[in-house]
Ligand binder design. Sequence first.
Ligand SMILES: NC(=O)c1ccc[n+]([C@@H]2O[C@H](COP(=O)([O-])OP(=O)(O)OC[C@H]3O[C@@H](n4cnc5c(N)ncnc54)[C@H](O)[C@@H]3O)[C@@H](O)[C@H]2O)c1
Length: 256
Amino acid sequence: MAFVANKVALVTGGASGIGFAITDHLLKNGAKGVGIVDTSAQNGTKAEKKFRDEYGDKVIFIQTDVTKKDELKAAFEKTIAKFKNLDIVVNNAGIMNEPDWKLTLTVNLEAVLSGTFMALDEYLPKYRSSEEGLIVNTASILGIDCMRTIPTYSATKSGVIALGRSLGHQEDYDKTHIRIITICPGYIDTPLVSAAINREGYTNHQPDPDSFISPDFVGEQVVCLMNEGKTGSVWVIEEMEAYAVNFPDRKDMKVV
Ligand SMILES: NC(=O)c1ccc[n+]([C@@H]2O[C@H](COP(=O)([O-])OP(=O)(O)OC[C@H]3O[C@@H](n4cnc5c(N)ncnc54)[C@H](O)[C@@H]3O)[C@@H](O)[C@H]2O)c1
């Protein structure tokens, strides 16, 4: 049986793009309930209605700014109050806004740290419905192949990768039974990218529109990874495939 069947999930940034697609595939694969946690009331309400029409009373939209710890905590608690458990936390909300680098840092990294630690230390140990809990954090291919025109965004995504790799050690899993997986999508056709393309100086690094993939493909792959992804693993999702990143051993990194 799929890992997600009968599980309860919380998805930040779930009202749009990749988070919306992850929510859709969670529900398609039999999740018991999903808390959609997003700042956008308009998109959140729309998403809640769409999913309720399709899957019944299995979603709750909780308008939340993930950078505010008390709001994020309340979102965890409302999801648990509605569905009685919490098994999967997807820290996915993100922005690309180089001029406001402090906000980018706060949304893309600090809030992912908050969501990860709340899940790991507090809510998954207490409320998971089976042996295992799961955290999925959304980084980006740009956290590995950093882009000179969006240094803050790239730095935050490198941070998210480092977080998942450090917390995802097998020895820690043996104690917590909480897996941590990091995803690194490539160019995905979402509002975040279309808004940024004209704004962030992509002009000298225009992504080829043919290389864009749909958020639906990412959602489908993420739900597969929820079954099989090992703790600490980092997955690139681009060009219609998902593969685990093979990071070099530090002893092999020196160029001789
Ligand atoms: N689209 C891509 O090509 C791409 C590639 C790699 C990684 N990502 C990452 O995927 C994640 C999702 O992005 P997307 O492309 O689906 O974009 P999107 O704009 O469609 O979705 C992002 C969602 O996050 C929400 N959000 C932003 N700030 C928030 C906050 N403070 N609190 C709560 N919600 C907030 C937005 O309202 C929006 O609904 C982001 O972390 C992004 O960096 C995107």
